[in-house]
Write a protein that binds this ligand. Sequence first.
Ligand SMILES: NC(=O)c1ccc[n+]([C@@H]2O[C@H](COP(=O)([O-])OP(=O)(O)OC[C@H]3O[C@@H](n4cnc5c(N)ncnc54)[C@H](OP(=O)(O)O)[C@@H]3O)[C@@H](O)[C@H]2O)c1
Length: 287
Amino acid sequence: MPTPVWLITGASNGLGLVLTLRVLRAGHHVIASVRSKTKSADAVQKIEKAGGSVIEMDMTESQESIANKVKPIARIDYLVNNAGYSILAACEVITEKEAILQLTTNFFGPLYTMQAALPVMRSQGFGTIVNVSSVAAQDPLPACSLYSASKAALEAASESLAKEVARHGIRVLIVEPGNFRTNFVSALADASPDPESIPPHYDDPVGQIVRKFLTVHGKQIGNPEEGVERIFEAVTGEGGKAGHLAGNVSRLVLGSDAWRRMKRKSEKDINELRMQEESASSTDFVE
Ligand SMILES: NC(=O)c1ccc[n+]([C@@H]2O[C@H](COP(=O)([O-])OP(=O)(O)OC[C@H]3O[C@@H](n4cnc5c(N)ncnc54)[C@H](OP(=O)(O)O)[C@@H]3O)[C@@H](O)[C@H]2O)c1
């Protein structure tokens, strides 16, 4: 059997780097993308030493530029759209530049990457696209409007795409992490306005959520090694605690915090739906 090939974005840090090294340990091939080989020299060295290849790709590049980088890859078994970050701020004060950067990085870049990988997967007759989203898409907290919107866009596109490509043997899996101990909060602090600048009328609840995120850094409940293990199992179907989920779930939930939030949100949604059956049906033509 040919060696499976993975394309993993955002491999310079966090979940992307841990997943890249895990996949390489399994003897699979990885093409790992980082924004800058120079800036991420340590990660690049680790990946290349473990047998992986590294390319430079920024999620803010144009559709054409991303296509030019992905199209030369002759075989892609697994595409993992992992690169991403969050801005935390009150919705009212987010600038146009910040809003566009958030949506471009977390939605348009992954979209263009999928579009470039799909012809390869279609011609192979198989492939799995893994889109790393966030519980924030399903249960958006205050201060997370743009981050949640970017991940919700990715999730909606993923669900539609899954229905378009199933007949070509291509699967799409959405990953829903809770809080994981990566560089995420540190990157978030860099990308977000200074908490001191939060207008007083938004201190409750925006300021409270921002301060909570910043103080959790290094103490998050999620273990990245375990998180990527579940991703590996759920996409390859190879045993472990999530192997049985392969092909059976559209969303892979990672972390007890994410699972609890999604359950609470789903129950709220179903209760609201039940309350509205009569009112919703009342808008139909009576013929
Ligand atoms: N950790 C969590 O609590 C958590 C929770 C829910 C969802 N997630 C999602 O999980 C994914 C991985 O995050 P992480 O926790 O591993 O955070 P991380 O340690 O900060 O890693 C994020 C990765 O994304 C890359 N990246 C950021 N902006 C990019 C851009 N414009 N172009 C290309 N790469 C870019 C970073 O590259 P640089 O090193 O160059 O910055 C880094 O490799 C993200 O999509 C995140 O939204 C994380």
